[in-house]
Design a protein. Structure first.
Length: 159
């Protein structure tokens, strides 16, 4: 299985880069993982909805260049479906059984994802109704993907 994480912005904090590297290494025994970063746009303080929409559109164009035909696209969105760790594992397993060999997970920037990307998504996933820093979200997502593969392999992983 090929897993791509397409994320807006660069991770600046060393501790987050270290965590991303660690989970990426661990996932290597289960899938081919590719983390793709696209440039983010500077969002002015107190930006109008119109300005934010333009920013999301620019970031969305950059994301769209990496979306592949035939890939199953999962957009991380606050209004998406919430799954348990077991539920995410089951979805990944079910996609594999259906013959899906490429999953792309998309993490938007600080003001979210463009509507065009959300419409392109095959599934919208939410980790919480809370807002998380998009850089930290990469670590959380990688940890949950790693946990899902451990669950699907029948291997122990702390609860």
């Amino acid at each position: 299985m090929q897993i791509d994480i397409i994320a807006v912005g660069k991770v600046k904090e060393a501790y987050l880069r270290d965590a991303i590297a660690e989970y990426s290494k661990r996932m290597g025994r289960y899938c081919r993982l590719n983390v793709i970063e696209v440039a983010d746009e500077k969002t002015p303080d107190h930006a109008s909805e119109g300005v934010e929409r333009q920013i999301r559109a620019k970031e969305g164009e950059r994301i769209a260049k990496h979306l592949r035909d035939g890939a199953y696209v999962i957009a991380l969105a606050i209004d998406g479906a919430m799954l348990s760790s077991e539920g995410l594992a089951a979805r990944i397993d079910e996609l594999g059984v259906r013959g899906v060999s490429h999953i792309q997970l998309v993490i938007g920037g600080s003001i979210g994802l463009d509507d065009a990307i959300l419409r392109r998504a095959d599934f919208k996933l939410s980790f919480s109704r809370m807002t998380f820093p998009h850089q930290l979200m990469r670590v959380i997502l990688l940890e949950q993907l790693y946990r899902a593969y451990k669950i699907n392999a029948g291997e122990p992983y702390h609860k």
